[in-house]
Design a protein around this ligand. Structure first.
Ligand code: NAD
Length: 485
């Protein structure tokens, strides 16, 4: 089925075809039909977007009272919810996600992100003043002062399209920056709709821009290489993060990288077994496993290993999950399913494409999959699959579980399941990751730090940590003469 939905770039407050004359298709992963046609931004279009963002920064937006700015962002949050059905339809069409997940979690969360960050900005920074005693008896007052960083380039992945776009836009705009957003070529629809919401809320033209296209030699590459960009906020694959970091080195632009993971989960015999199975089934299979925080490596205490494998198999087989994001990613997941077998894994469940009804055979479906029996050095246990799958390894000693969990170049997230609070805390502290959940998964307070170590990224986002990236800290030093002290 050919779609007549057309998605345009959003530059300087207007939707535009741009100048490239090129377009590309978005595939609906449920059935393989074309869900939209997108205009690809040229280098000139990206330049116009960056120039518009700079002008807005130097114009009305930059001069605006902080209170007025935050009120406008509150209206953006309201606008997302007022148009929630449009956002839901667009997100489902691009990603094939289940309705409830998009309607009840992702779209409200996108609106919430604006509210959370505007409240943090309204609460103010710590504005420390340090007094320096001067030889003449006077004093110098050193005051912290923060300015917006400038024009932010945000480059986003496809797994949580609107959540990611607003996770970048909300702090950038709340701290007074302007921005150009490049959504994933696989899922451009909701970012495009955000332009309409910005206009309706009264955000000045040029503050928020969206350019569409691919990475290298396309909109993404043009954007991160643009000298008018002051900082780059990227979420995506580690390899892309490395390329973007190279771009950011030219002109010494700041960079925040939220990258891939190969997240471990350690399960002790003294855990609440039923709760662990329920939580781990979510951390492995939610969003078709396409979540950077998802679990792909399980380490389960030997004494409950067999019982655990059977219980997680049953949970996997009763999951209702959506498709992978598209045919390319489906192929990648299936190639890892083949690799697992080549490396000698025992397939506990899944390992292929599920049976679907005839109307859906063109879709990007994959089975929830569990393996056991691989040695720790297997490639499957080192590389991120980003699909609904996990490998389960037994362990006897706590230190062996920690060692295996830490034997990864990645370090994004981990989980520990145990009824012994002290042990769980000790293990959580020993794991080399940016976030570790004890007896749960994905509880996210947006005020807390978020990010990874090693190949999982550089920098922290969330709460006040987003302020560090989105502002430039200046010291204003006022020298007071002895007479005025
Ligand atoms: P990707 O790196 O392929 O693409 C991400 C974005 O970068 C896309 O918009 C793409 O067009 C753009 N891009 C690609 N090459 C570029 C280049 N050379 N210059 C500029 N832009 C370029 O990632 P993906 O496949 O969209 O997303 C999946 C990955 O994202 C997984 O590895 C996942 O773990 C990671 N992820 C991480 C987090 C986190 O917070 N750490 C969150 C979500 C997803």
């Amino acid at each position: 089925m050919m779609s007549n939905r057309k998605i345009l770039n959003f530059i300087d407050g207007e939707y535009t075809e741009g100048t490239s004359g090129k377009s590309f298709e978005v595939i609906n992963p449920v059935d393989g039909s074309i869900s939209a046609v997108v205009t690809e931004a040229s280098a000139a279009d990206v330049d116009r977007a960056v120039t518009a963002a700079r002008a807005a920064l130097e114009g009305e937006w930059g001069q605006m009272a902080v209170k007025t700015r935050l009120d406008l962002l509150d209206a953006v949050a309201d606008g997302i919810m007022a148009h929630q059905q449009d956002f839901i339809d667009a997100e489902i069409s691009d990603t094939g996600k289940p309705y409830g997940q998009v309607a009840h979690m992702e779209i409200p969360r996108a609106a919430d992100q604006f509210r959370v960050f505007l409240k943090i900005v309204a609460a103010g920074g710590k504005n420390e003043i340090i007094d320096t005693l001067l030889p003449d008896g006077g004093v110098a007052h050193n005051r912290e002062f923060r300015k917006p960083k400038g024009v932010i380039a945000a480059v986003c992945p496809w797994n949580l399209p609107l959540v990611m776009a607003t996770w970048k836009a909300a702090p950038a705009l709340a701290w007074g920056n302007t921005m150009v957003l490049k959504p994933s070529e696989e899922t451009p629809s909701t970012a495009a709709l955000l332009g309409m919401v910005m206009n309706e809320a009264g955000i000045p033209k040029g503050v928020f821009n969206v350019v569409h296209g691919f990475g290298e030699n396309s909109a993404g590459g043009f954007l991160v290489a643009h000298p008018g960009v002051d900082a780059i906020n990227f979420t995506g694959e580690t390899r892309t993060g490395e390329a973007i970091m190279k771009s950011s080195a030219v002109g010494l632009r700041d960079v925040s990288l939220e990258l891939g993971g190969k997240n471990p989960c350690i399960v002790f015999a003294d855990c609440n077994f039923a709760a662990a199975i329920e939580g781990i089934a979510k951390s492995c299979f939610f969003n078709c496993g396409q979540i950077c925080l998802g679990t792909e490596r399980l380490y389960v205490e030997q004494s409950i290993f067999d019982k655990f494998v059977v219980a997680l198999k049953n949970a996997a087989e009763s999951q209702t999950i959506g498709p992978a994001v598209g045919p390319t990613h489906q192929k990648k997941i299936l190639s890892y399913y083949r690799l697992a077998e080549q490396e000698g894994a025992t397939v506990v469940t899944g390992g292929g494409i599920p049976k679907v009804n005839e109307a859906l055979v063109g879709g990007a479906w994959v089975q929830p999959t569990i393996w056991t029996g691989l040695p720790e050095k297997a490639r499957l246990l080192k590389e991120e699959v980003f699909g609904p799958c996990c490998h389960i390894q037994p362990f006897v000693r706590e230190e062996d579980a920690i060692r295996m969990a830490n034997d990864s170049l990645y370090g994004l997230a981990a989980c520990v399941w145990s009824g012994d609070e002290g042990k769980a805390r000790r293990v959580a502290e020993a794991l080399n990751v940016g976030v570790c959940w004890i007896n749960g998964w994905m509880v996210r307070d947006l005020r807390t730090a978020f990010g990874g170590v090693g190949m999982s990224g550089i920098g922290r986002e969330g709460g006040i940590y987003s302020m560090e990236f989105h502002t430039e800290l200046k010291n204003i030093c006022t020298i007071m003469s002895p007479a005025t002290v």
